[in-house]
Design a protein around this ligand. Sequence first.
Ligand SMILES: *Cc1c(COP(=O)(O)O)cnc(C)c1O
Length: 331
Amino acid sequence: MPLTLYVDGDRWRAHQRSVVASFPGIVPVCKGNGYGFGNARLAAEAQLLGADLIAVGMYEEVPAAAEVFDGEILVLVPWRPFAEVTEKYPVIHTVSRLADLEAIAKVTGPKPRVVVELLTSMRRHGIPAAELGLIGPLLDRVESVGWALHLPLTAAGAHGAEVERWIGRLRGSGLPLERLFVSHLTSGDLAALSAKHPELTIRPRVGTALWLKKDQLYRAKAHVLDVHRVRRGSIVVVAGGTANGIALEAPSQVADLRTRAKVLAASSLEAAGRALSPYTIAGRRRWFAEPPHQQVSMILVPSKVKPPNVGDELDVNVGMTLTTFDRIVTS
Ligand SMILES: *Cc1c(COP(=O)(O)O)cnc(C)c1O
C-alpha cells in the first residue's frame, strides 16, 4: 500500500520525443533518484528513444543502467584515484584535473576513454583555462572522446557566449576539437552553435528538461491506510514517509507558499506549531499530526472536514527529485 507515481505513458513519451527533437545529439542523463522515476527506468526509456549514449551520475550507478541500456555510458562525476571502477562495464570517464589525466591510465589500463571537463563559470569541476597549455602531452595516455562544459543555470543567452570562448581557447591552444559535451545549453543556443560550427559535434546532456514537465504527465498519490477519530477531528494514516523523502519541510514553490499562507490564515489556531504536509484532503493541503515515520505519515483533519476512507488515494505534492516512489504505474 504504497506511495505511487501514476505516469501517463503516452504523453510522457511524446514529451521526451519533442525534447529529443529540439536537442539533436542529446545525451539523456539518468542519475540520482532517477528524477523520481528511478535510474533503471530512465535508462530503459533512453533505450526506447534510440539513444547511443547516456550519462549516469557516478560509477555506482553504472551496473543498473548497463542492465537495460545497450549503448555507451558516460560517468558525469570526474574520475578520482579512489573511484571504484569495475572492468565489467566499460564506460567513458570524465577527467577534470591534470593529475588525474596523468594517473587514470595507470589505474584503468591503457587508453581509457575519457571526456576532459573544463572549468566553466559554474566552478564545480574542470581544468581551468590557464592550464590548457599543459593538457596536450597528457592526451596521449588516453582515448579522448571530447571536451565537457557544465554551464551554470543562468539567464538564457549567456551560455552560447561561454561555449564560444572555450571553442576559441581550445583552438588557440592547438588542442584537437571534434566533440563537445555541454550541460544546460538552451535548444536555441545549441542550434546557433551547431550552425556556426558544423565541423563540431555538440552533445547536449539533458536530464530535467527531458524527464520532467509540470503538465499532469504524472501524479503522485498515496493510499489512506487508517482513519482514527480524535477529539479535534481525525488522524489519517497515509502511505509515504521519510523513506520516500516525505519530510516536514514542504516543497517551497511559489504556488505552495501561497497555499501555505492560505491554509495558515484559515486555520492558524488549529495549525499552531504544526507543519504543512504534502497531502491533500478535501481540496486542501493538511497538517501533519506528527513528524513523518519511515513509510507512513499521520495527518490531522479538523472535525468540520469529512475524513477520507481507508483505501482512498490522496494527491501528494512532492518534488520529483526528492522523492522515491514505492511503485510506478504507467498507463
Ligand atoms: C546532472 C547533470 C546534468 C543534467 O542536469 P539537468 O539540469 O537535470 O538537465 C548535466 N550535466 C552534468 C555534468 C550533470 O551533473
